[in-house]
Design a protein around this ligand. Structure first.
Ligand code: SF4
Length: 118
């Protein structure tokens, strides 16, 4: 049975939360609230993160377009997602929220433009 400690990043209190695998399932302690419990269990079982990066942009006065995922993606797929976005090139104009990549790496999550470029 393993035991791990996580810092909750849900709010600025930053509780130190322990997740222990027991015969009865996961035992969580150190959290002040339920949101922290959910975060710690997710960190222990399948950590997820928002994906933010840039892609190549043509036809504008800047050459990179900031993009963001519409939801969190599994942390283990972040490098693969970044690799896919590394090959993407878009042309201005782009509106904030335009879908740049649909269903990135089969996660069911889209990546959209994080700002408008005229
Ligand atoms: S457990 Fe609750 S109070 Fe503590 S950092 Fe997480 S969200 Fe904030």
């Amino acid at each position: 049975m393993s035991k791990a400690e996580y810092t909750c990043i849900v709010c600025p209190v930053s509780c130190r939360i322990t997740v222990e695998e027991t015969a009865d399932g996961l035992k969580v302690s150190g959290n002040v609230c339920k949101r922290g419990e959910r975060h710690a269990i997710a960190e222990h079982t399948e950590p997820v993160r928002m994906l933010t990066t840039t892609v190549v942009l043509h036809g504008a006065n800047i050459n990179r377009l900031p993009v963001i995922s519409t939801a969190e993606v599994p942390k283990r797929l972040l490098n693969q997602c970044i690799g896919e976005l590394y090959t993407v090139e878009v042309s201005a104009p782009v509106k904030c929220g335009d879908v740049i990549v649909k269903n990135i790496c089969g996660t069911g999550v889209d990546v959209v433009a994080a700002r408008s470029i005229g």
